[in-house]
Design a protein around this ligand. Structure first.
Ligand code: ZN
Length: 122
């Protein structure tokens, strides 16, 4: 016998509902987050007599920056060496959050489609 949609759809729904709940639980572990990337920079000061001019190993730094975009423009915020790991962790949190949201959205779209189909067939 061929499997009709009426038997496979509830299974598909249940599977997705379960995955949705799992992903939602990941959000319980969410820590403070921020968008952007933490960059570590070594710089040249531009002074003619300074060793940084010719020797890459004698450049100044490291300096840390948080860089992100606002309306297409890049914003750089200087961070202290102590703040850098905090922001690095926060930006990793943000990336994780975005990935989780994308997955939740994908499941939502699939479920909504199925639910719409069920609603139509009633
Ligand atoms: Zn210098």
């Amino acid at each position: 016998m061929s499997r009709s949609h009426s038997t496979s759809t509830p299974t598909a729904l249940a599977k997705r509902a379960q995955r949705f709940e799992e992903l939602k639980r990941n959000l319980d572990q969410l820590e403070y987050f921020c968008k952007g990337t933490v960059l570590k920079r070594m710089t040249k000061c531009g002074k003619a007599y300074c060793a940084c001019r010719s020797d890459p190993n004698k450049r100044h730094g490291p300096y840390f920056e948080l860089t992100y975009k606002v309306e297409g423009k890049t914003v750089n915020v200087r961070l202290s060496p102590e703040a850098a790991p905090l922001y690095r962790a926060a930006s990793a949190q943000f990336r994780k959050l975005k990935t989780t949201l994308q997955k939740l959205e994908k499941i939502s779209q699939a479920v909504l489609k199925l639910q719409a189909k069920i609603a139509q067939s009633k």
